[in-house]
Write a protein that binds this ligand. Structure first.
Ligand code: TXA
Ligand code: MG
Length: 315
């Protein structure tokens, strides 16, 4: 299959409206979309990514008003979160409408809904006839793509169209809050921080990550995620790395330790989030065997960085 690469949101939406699958930029990471009401098109997303079919997709809307096309029973908490954080890097899980195909929700009675703030995503969604079901635009199990070249590397030849944009400014996937339960539960941390969620919904709870044998709260929690080929070793701030398996690399906020092939010192947690997945990919491409990652403090987007690092290290 030939993948058309374009800068024109309208052209990309044309593919989607004719049952194609289209990668597009968002402020979090790039997504791979299909028309939410075309189950055959949605099933091609799973094939292109090699994604397990029991992992549901997030539905992207252009405006909060469009939420009603896919979800119902928006309670007081959900309404307050939508009012405060849409458009932006937040996904809310709501009770789904019967019209949403099973393949989108992986058979769950709920659906995750997000309204991206990225101008190119917004222009693309405006030209799409319906909301767009989209996971991140990576091969399953690999780090999410934050620039169009990485999408092309993973999915070129497997998708109909790639809408090109600037690199994602946040770099980590959206915060997910399950609003189908009361109190709502944080399922995945992201750029919308726990602190800012608690400002809006003081009773919000954090979902405990799944133990073996438990039914996962968010199906995606049970898969190894965000993984580079290299071994990921987590370090507390200022902790010296053990004798490295070389060649090795280091990323963090402090001064890097000596003896590393490749280092990336970030000047803020926001920069750390933005560059992390790209650094994983660069390390893999240059044959790095071990990546030492300094854990940031568990506040703000630091919580999301810790979560992705823990998942990448297989914990
Ligand atoms: O920032 C993002 O969220 C990006 C961009 C493209 O919007 N998308 C993204 O999608 O990260 P994905 O598929 O890689 O991650 C979606 C996560 C999965 O872990 C999935 O299990 C969870 O959301 N999810 C989706 N629908 C759900 C539902 N109804 N209930 C619980 N978890 C759900
Ligand atoms: Mg993903």
């Amino acid at each position: 299959m030939q993948t058309v690469v374009t800068d024109a949101p309208e052209e990309a939406a044309g593919f989607l409206n004719h049952a194609g699958i289209v990668a597009f930029p968002t402020e979090t990471v790039y997504g791979l979309g299909a028309d939410v009401f075309l189950p055959e098109a949605v099933s091609r997303i799973f094939t292109a990514k090699g994604r397990p079919s029991d992992n549901p997709l997030i539905v992207h809307v252009q405006t909060p008003e469009q939420i009603g096309e896919v979800a119902c029973d928006i309670d007081r908490n959900a309404a307050a979160l939508i009012e405060r954080f849409f458009p932006g890097p937040l996904t809310v899980v709501l009770r789904k409408r019967a019209q949403v195909p099973e393949i989108v929700s992986a058979g769950l009675p709920t659906v995750g809904v997000r309204c991206p703030s990225h101008p190119v995503a917004s222009a693309f969604l405006r030209h799409c006839e319906h909301p767009v079901a989209a996971p991140s635009a990576n091969l399953s199990g690999r780090p999410s793509p934050t620039d169009w070249r990485t999408v092309y590397h993973d999915l070129g030849g497997r998708i109909d169209c790639l809408l090109r944009g600037e690199p994602s400014t946040i770099g980590l996937e959206s915060t997910i809050v399950d609003c189908s339960v009361d109190p709502p539960r944080l399922l995945r941390s992201g750029a919308v921080s726990l602190e800012s969620l608690l400002d809006v919904v003081p009773g919000l709870k954090i979902a405990t990550s799944c133990k073996p044998g438990d039914a996962p709260k968010s199906p995606g929690m049970k898969y190894r995620h965000y993984s580079p080929e290299a071994l990921i070793v987590l370090l507390e701030t200022a902790q010296a790395p053990p004798e490295p398996v070389t060649p090795s690399a280091w990323i963090g906020l402090s001064a890097p330790p000596p003896g590393m092939e490749r280092t990336l010192r970030c000047s803020s947690v926001e920069e750390y989030a933005r560059v992390l997945f790209g650094f994983f990919r660069t390390c893999d491409a240059s044959g790095i065997l071990t990546i030492y990652c300094e854990l940031p403090a568990e506040r703000g987007i630091g919580r999301a960085i810790r979560d992705r690092l823990q998942k990448a290290s297989g914990k």
